[in-house]
Design a protein. Sequence first.
Length: 304
Amino acid sequence: MPTARVLIIAGSDSGGGAGIQADVKAATVLGGHAMTVVTALTAQNSLGVSAVHAAPLDFVRAQFRAVVGDIGADALKTGMLHSAELVELVAELAAPLAAPLVVDPVMVAKGGDRLLAIEAIEALRRRLLPLAALVTPNLDEAEAILGRTVRDRPAMEWAARQLVELGAQAALVKGGHLAGDPGDALFDGRQAYFFSAPRLHTPHTHGTGCTLATAIATLLAQGQALVPAVERARLLVRRGIAASQPLGAGHGPVVARADLDPLLSLGQTLDSALQLLPADQAARLRAASPQELAERLARAGKEA
């Protein structure tokens, strides 16, 4: 299967915890090829954003055309789109493409700094949502888009339906800031789902939203259906939060590479098992492709 191409249109986080940096990590961990259109540079660390330098619209357009015209894209994901003009441009560029678009309506950084101008919210609602295969707002973002308080599960489920009414094919309203255990409400245009898990108590959750949206986009690019893609992406984020790091004096980042730990552990277990075999057999198995190895293990399991 060809490597899934994921085009990320978002801002850079110089601290490496969120934004383009988190997006690239999430796509890579899941086996995707991350490509980027940088919309803004931020001077940012674990404490917050101290400066933003917006990319000129012509340069945003040039990045997009360079990547899509040569490499193409199997899915797109938007993050920080700081102005109404940029939202309009991204909608214009994305509209002709058949690839699914995941819209993460990033409005405020973890430290409280605004990343989307107030006047851009209407452009996002009017131009970008109708193009979205999925929109992934948190509670504050859902409230800003819909103009209504969203602070509990019934309101989240209502909000997900309303976002689909506005044109999105599906909506995932994230409840990380719910009182009690967190949960996410998904409406796919036909059926409602609610995903929940016990809260992991840590302040180091910088980059959760970016990581989740990009993980979903990568899985959609690989051909997965929406609901299993959301479930798999949530697992990646949960592993990332569990392994989060206290880097800096503020909110540390989630660690997307923690999602690889089960595979790495399996590799170590397999290597230990191969050491028990005669050298010639172990060599043949080490040289086998993953598919061949899986088939041999399946046959061994049936014969056992």
